[in-house]
Ligand binder design. Structure first.
Ligand code: PHE
Ligand code: NA
Length: 493
């Protein structure tokens, strides 16, 4: 069977950008920038982008292009029993997929509410109480299925399934070519209106005003690096799968730079959008800005709805915001599911249609755990461990394995031969020394913090089962698959 291919260069870039730009850009980035020194955060962020993001992206595009497989097959082809690393990454993608879709489901619900602002005046009570129906629950005491959350999630799964089932070119690429321009237009439209609101510029001042005392704080650097890996979707099998469908002649360096720069540019734009709105809100309520911002999930589903209540023409700006969130989320969800699906196609030689049906079917059933009363808590706990432990571990191992087992000069030469402009030796320095050193530091800090303090006040048994236990199970399963696997040479076809 001949491997599928992207139809055009723009198609590939839009799909890669679609994966990168997601929920993380719209609510996570603005909040992190705000919390980690405002304007001063941009220095570590841009440093992480150049020293880790761009080299990592070039490396993954090269691996996918050269080895022509989803992560497990690509790593297996490197020899030396590395298939497990690919499966570990695919499992990370699979876990993210089942909770990420819940947030998309919430965004779809809120898109509906936004036409009439039916979330009311107390957006906090509405979100946690009326919408999520969070009561006396825990990550292991989930309560009951909430059909009003399950329903929008089914819709999200339906769209993802349609794109994956239809194939790389006529499904994923076509969806990206509709979704990405739509997203850019919506966000530009929103920004143009919002920047003229009274107080908007105060909001921007807040975001960009540098707090230089934070720049020497290790936590700020850790946040910047963590955000770069998550936002670029590198290190957990997605970009390797997408680049395995690149045509023979593809400008790797240029594609990688474009993907990274468009993504990070979008994040900064989203930061401007969100903070302009918060500045307006602070002014309207005559409160300091710090008092109107709430963290994490709360930013998108509590603070923004409250801000929309105060906006002129809320029935236009509200739906635009939530549709942007839905579109950004869906294009990322498609990429996560494709990473899993393509790994299964490679491994079991199934047709795309069969693999897509099984992956989306199983994924859908598992994801229903997040449509329960305690779904938010389960999501919060799993997301913490996946982001702060599994993902960083996977990125670090990939950097060490590729950087030290392979000849980096060969990878660089491979990419340079295909590309219009060449990258220099700095690439090797970043991949072999700088990025692994930063990652190792962050990972060790995260591990020791989590081991000593736990997380979010959850019970130890919950942390052991859904945090450490889940990651250990993913690791063991990956190793078992690797051990029972035939050498790659027998699989070639
Ligand atoms: N890059 C996406 C974002 O910033 C997140 C993502 C996670 C994408 C997992 C794909 C897979 O939201
Ligand atoms: Na996206």
């Amino acid at each position: 069977m001949k491997r599928e291919q992207w139809g055009s260069r723009a198609g590939f870039i839009l799909a890669a950008v679609g994966s990168a730009i997601g929920l993380g850009n719209i609510w996570r980035f603005p909040y992190m920038a705000y919390e980690n020194g405002g304007g001063a955060f941009f220095i570590p962020y841009l440093f992480a982008m150049i020293s880790a993001g761009i080299p990592f992206m070039i490396m993954e595009f090269t691996l996918g292009h050269k080895l022509r497989g989803a992560a497990p097959r690509a790593f297996a082809k490197l020899g030396g029993k590395l298939e497990w690393l690919g499966w570990f990454q695919v499992f990370i993608a699979a876990v993210i997929a089942v909770y990420y879709v819940a947030v998309i489901g919430w965004a779809i619900s809120y898109l509906g509410f936004s036409f009439t602002q039916s979330w009311g005046a107390d957006t906090n009570a509405f979100f946690f109480g009326e919408y999520l129906q969070l009561g006396d629950n825990s990550p292991t005491k989930l309560g009951f299925l909430q059909t009003h959350i399950a329903f929008p999630m089914i819709l999200a799964w339906g769209i993802t399934f349609a794109a994956i089932f239809t194939g790389v070119k006529s499904g994923i690429e076509r969806a990206s070519k509709i979704m990405m321009p739509l997203l850019f237009i919506m966000v530009l439209g929103l920004i143009t209106r919002v920047l003229f609101l009274p107080g908007a510029l105060d909001g921007l001042n807040y975001l960009f005003q540098p707090d230089f005392s934070k720049i020497l704080d290790a936590k700020v650097w850790s946040a910047a690096y963590g955000q770069i890996f998550f936002t670029l979707s590198v290190g957990f099998s997605i970009m390797i799968a997408y680049s395995s469908y690149l045509p023979e002649k593809s400008d790797i360096n240029n594609n990688a730079f474009m993907t990274v720069l468009i993504n990070c540019g979008f994040s900064i734009t989203a930061g401007v959008l969100v903070f302009a709105v918060l500045g307006y809100m602070a002014q309207e309520q005559a409160k300091p800005l710090t008092e109107v911002v709430s963290a994490g999930v709360g930013l998108a589903f509590v603070t923004i709805p409250a801000a929309i209540n105060l906006l002129p023409a809320p029935y236009i700006l509200g739906p635009l915001f939530f549709l942007a969130l839905v579109v950004a989320g869906l294009s990322s969800h498609i990429s996560i599911i494709e990473a899993v699906t393509s790994a299964i196609i490679d491994k079991l030689n199934w047709t795309r249609k069969k693999a897509a049906s099984v992956v989306c079917g199983v994924g859908f059933i598992v994801s229903m755990a997040f449509a329960t009363n305690g779904g938010l808590l389960l999501l919060d706990l799993v997301d913490y461990f996946i982001n702060n432990v599994a993902l960083l571990t996977s990125c670090l191992i990939e950097l060490i394995v590729i950087g030290w087992l392979l000849k980096m000069a060969d990878i660089r030469e491979y990419a340079n031969n295909l590309s219009e402009f060449s990258i220099g030796k700095w690439f090797e320095v970043c991949i072999r020394f700088l990025s692994p050193a930063m990652l190792a530091l962050i990972l060790i800090t995260n591990l020791s913090n989590t081991l000593s303090d736990g997380y979010g006040g959850y019970a130890l048994s919950d942390l052991l089962l859904l945090g450490w236990g889940l990651i250990a199970a993913m690791f063991v399963a990956a190793v078992v698959i690797n051990l029972t696997s035939k050498p790659q040479s027998q699989l070639e076809g």
